[in-house]
Design a protein around this ligand. Structure first.
Ligand SMILES: Cc1ncc(COP(=O)(O)O)c(C=O)c1O
Length: 373
């Protein structure tokens, strides 16, 4: 679609990645179920490209900028980035990021492939001090599940100035709330599984970059690693992307209301949500993010057993891992043995969906009541 001015993100999610206009042509891309293609074209084989991937890749690029590659999962995308590093490279990353990322970093270090410097990513001075000699600054913000907010504009700029490659896991914020490439990052990565797809029905990842040489390296590596998504998943995720803006709007409004009510609940010791004016990350998030997202973490009075009891007692909120779907999900994070010891054992991560907020609150209230015995 051509336009005199750049489209707003709320429009781009709807209009990007459409097939070219032809009489009686498709308005949606086809689900291209092909492992191979007639010879002579630019794709050639189903591990190298697919029309259904290209549609979603251009949809994500319309929001993040640059060019995008899809992967079979968010972790496949993160692995593809870490695999670019030469032996012994220094990676500076949050000590409190997504457990899968933390486990992968630890494994690569144990194998002698990289050296990690783990920092409090929200402590700008600590990040800056770790930069000399860093090959890759890996930023997750807001972090999962502590909801810490990094000073993205400052640390991306400092990372580049120190000669590091800078990658951002933008899963929690989505490109609607922050666009790291526009702040100078080299790569932005998503677990498409979460908000972009939005319906808890597929697993996928993406990397977007403005650097065409980096894009080509990643694209060549993906061909050999074979970490490609299925065409049907790409089609479904593009269908999910169409409503990203309205889903985020509703989920964020619900999250702010629930975080406020949870803050005043006697069975809750602490609430973490950058949208709360009392949250230590609020001012920073407000200074460059266009919203605060829809994940809340909170600590339940009575310890791990009480938090488990609350999760088991919900009737509407699904007791399950993951986030970013239309349905609200929650879990006590430490039910996973790999969760960071920095995360309190009574912390519940709540991914707020798009249901009616009073229905959600009624469910939380009855579950918290049961949790207190
Ligand atoms: C912030 C973040 N990054 C990456 C991932 C990994 O994505 P996937 O599960 O699609 O491999 C997750 C999954 O929970 C996540 O929350």
């Amino acid at each position: 679609m051509s336009s005199e001015r750049e489209l707003s993100p709320e429009t781009a999610v709807v209009s990007a990645g459409r097939p070219a206009v032809t009489a009686d042509g498709n308005i949606n891309p086809a689900i291209s179920l092909n492992s191979t293609f007639h010879a002579g074209g630019p794709i050639g084989y189903g591990r190298y490209g697919n029309e259904s991937w290209s549609a979603l890749e251009s949809g994500i690029s319309a929001l993040e900028g640059g060019q995008t590659l899809l992967y079979s999962s968010g972790m496949a995308a993160i692995s593809a980035i870490f695999n670019l590093l030469p032996k012994g490279a220094v990676v500076t990353a949050s000590k409190n990021g997504y457990t899968g990322t933390m486990l992968l970093l630890a494994q690569l270090e144990e194998q002698g492939k990289i050296e990690t410097r783990l920092v409090d990513i929200s402590n700008t001075e600590e990040v800056l001090a770790a930069l000399p000699g860093t090959a890759l600054l890996w930023i997750e913000s807001p972090t999962n599940p502590a909801l810490e907010v990094a000073d993205l504009p400052t640390i991306i700029k400092a990372g580049k100035a120190a000669g590091a490659g800078v990658g951002v896991d933008n899963t929690f914020a989505t490109p609607l709330l922050q666009q790291p490439l526009s702040m100078g990052a080299d790569m932005v990565m998503h677990s498409v599984t979460k908000y972009i797809a939005g319906h808890s029905d597929l697993v996928m990842g993406s990397i977007s970059t403005n650097d065409s040489a980096l894009y080509n390296r990643l694209s060549d590596a993906r061909k050999l690693a074979g970490s490609v998504p299925g065409p049907f998943e790409a089609w479904l995720a593009l269908r999910g992307l169409r409503t990203l803006s309205v889903r985020m709007e509703r989920a964020q409004a619900n999250a702010l209301e629930l975080a406020t009510r949870l803050s005043n609940h006697p069975a809750v010791e602490r609430v973490r949500y950058p949208g709360l004016p009392t949250d230590p990350h609020h001012q920073r998030a407000k200074s460059f993010m266009k919203g605060f997202g829809a994940v809340i973490s909170f600590e339940v009075t009575g310890g791990a057993a009480a938090a488990d009891k609350a999760c088991e007692s919900s009737r509407l909120i699904t007791y399950a891992t993951s986030l970013g779907g239309v349905e609200s999900l929650w879990e006590r994070r430490h039910r996973w043995s790999a969760e960071s010891p920095i995360i309190p054992t009574n912390l519940i991560r709540l991914s707020v969906g798009i249901e009616n907020v009073d229905d959600l609150w009624a469910d939380i209230e009855q579950a918290l009541k049961k949790s207190q015995g």
